[in-house]
Design a protein around this ligand. Structure first.
Ligand code: PLP
Length: 393
């Protein structure tokens, strides 16, 4: 097989070499516990503080508002369950959307089992939450709204500032799952009015097992883990020092290169969308054309299965992803594609390609040159397509 063409950056990213270099000393010569008293350990403690400050600065937050976690899933769980539990005396109603990641949806479902009520907002055909519908859904007993910044499957970017305004009008906390957006586009939590924000290191070239939750000062939230005094006594456990140092380095790099990365990715994304839609009949872009992540394309192809496309692309050395939740061990179509109104058979025929600053135009061309042939071959084996052609002769 030739060169690997990695177009699954929404699933995870490669660790940047500069990140790895920044991490190495904390796994070797400086592997001290930051809670220890001797000089070397106190230096590591200071480095952790600097990492926290670096991340806080990227969001226009203060250092004390950044809490290190192990992943985006943990951050989502903490924000949702932590606020629900700490504010149960005020009310037990929460609001989210139907296209959230399972880290959010399953946290909500767990709360439902405890007696909380959850409203799952519909989205429109491009995946947008309606700010008006949200306004109407908020009740006197609503304590939290959780809406993602950008969708992991279709890339749609939600109207975060408008949503925040509605939440604050009603005095309700607003959590944002920014796992796909943080370090990929500029975010100012103060300007946007965000109370809590989840991020995950492995989505922006840091290692897996790293993440953080921004919690605005004054937010009433339960501790995530009790134990030592780490993370301002809210999330105990000896810190993943090397991971955190690496995540801070990764975010520094991502923010300093953000403009060029976004321009590069947008160019590749648009080139691919234009070519695929033009060259492959019965194909359609899922998600909004404009308000979408610069690295995301998600295209539905009628009459074929996403999985067979993935296998054919795999043979070419292309790593991609489809619309069905096969990673979770089920072949159900994606809840996101169903929520934007696709029928089951169309949701099954979707392909997600997520590029990066490292994707080249040659990579994009190779995929675009081959995809029409793959789709044609798969359709030639499809009884559905055969019926369709017969009927339309
Ligand atoms: N939220 C969104 C939108 C995601 O895309 C993901 C991962 O794909 C997560 C949460 C979970 O993040 P992690 O893999 O760090 O647990």
């Amino acid at each position: 097989m030739g060169k690997l063409i990695y177009m699954d950056n929404a699933a995870t990213t490669f660790v940047d070499k500069r990140v790895l270099d920044a991490m190495t000393p904390y796994l070797t010569d400086r592997c001290f516990n930051p809670s220890s008293i001797y000089d070397g350990a106190q230096d590591v403690h200071a480095d952790l503080d600097n990492a926290r400050a670096t991340i806080a600065k990227t969001l226009n937050a203060s250092d004390r508002e950044i809490y290190f976690t192990a992943c985006g899933t943990e951050s989502d769980n903490w924000a949702i369950k932590g606020v629900a539990h700490a504010n149960a005396d005020k009310g037990k109603h929460l609001i989210t959307s139907k296209i959230e990641h399972h880290a959010v949806l399953h946290s909500m479902a767990a709360l439902e089992k405890e007696g909380y009520e959850v409203t799952y907002l519909d989205v429109d055909e491009n995946g947008f939450v309606s700010v008006d519908a949200l306004d109407k859904a908020i009740r006197p007993d609503t304590v939290l709204v959780s809406i993602m910044y950008a969708n992991n499957e279709i890339g749609t970017i939600e109207p975060i500032k408008e949503i925040a305004e509605v939440c604050h009008k009603h005095n309700v906390y607003f959590h944002v799952d920014a796992v796909q957006a943080y370090a990929h586009l500029p975010i100012d939590v103060k300007e946007l009015g965000i109370d809590m924000l989840s991020a995950s290191g492995h989505k922006f070239n840091a290692m897996k097992g790293t993440g953080f939750l921004y919690i605005k000062k004054g937010t009433k939230i339960q501790n995530f883990m009790d134990g030592g005094a780490q993370e301002f006594k809210k999330r105990a456990g000896t810190e993943n020092v090397a991971g955190i140092i690496g995540m801070a380095k990764a975010t520094e790099i991502a923010h300093s290169e953000m403009k060029e990365r976004m321009e590069h990715e947008t160019k590749i994304r648009d080139y691919m969308i234009d070519r695929i839609l033009k060259e492959i009949p019965y194909s359609k872009l899922n998600g909004d054309r404009v308000k979408r992540l610069s690295n995301n394309l998600n295209i539905g192809f009628e009459f074929i299965e996403g999985e067979s496309m993935l296998l054919a692309l795999n043979d070419l050395g292309v790593c991609a992803s489809s619309g069905s939740a096969c990673t979770s061990g089920s072949l159900d179509p994606s809840h996101v594609l169903l929520a934007i109104g696709l029928p089951h058979e169309k949701a099954h025929g979707s392909l997600r390609l997520t590029v990066s600053h490292e994707t080249t135009m040659d990579d994009a061309k190779l995929v675009c040159d081959n995809l029409p042939k793959i789709v044609e071959r798969l359709r030639s084996m499809s009884p559905l397509y055969e019926d369709f052609v017969k009927k339309n002769k």
